[in-house]
Write a protein that binds this ligand. Sequence first.
Ligand code: ZN
Length: 82
Amino acid sequence: MSLSASGLKVDVRSHAKGTGIPRRCRCGEGSIVRTSTTVTNPCRLFHCCPFGSKENNFHLFKWTDESMFDEVEDIEIVGDKI
Ligand SMILES: [Zn+2]
């Protein structure tokens, strides 16, 4: 009995390339969700690092709605391969 069927392969690419909802900042701190208070993006949710700021873009910053969109896109790509 063979288990080498290509359709059974699990694709974990989405997390390796850093798309989707970010769980962790590159500094090692876990991500938190905040609400934007800027004029351009009022009340928009974003994932960020607790140590980050507008002036320091070393730390994590990603809009939550864009993260959701990435996750959905990845699911569709994996689905096509199988
Ligand atoms: Zn950080």
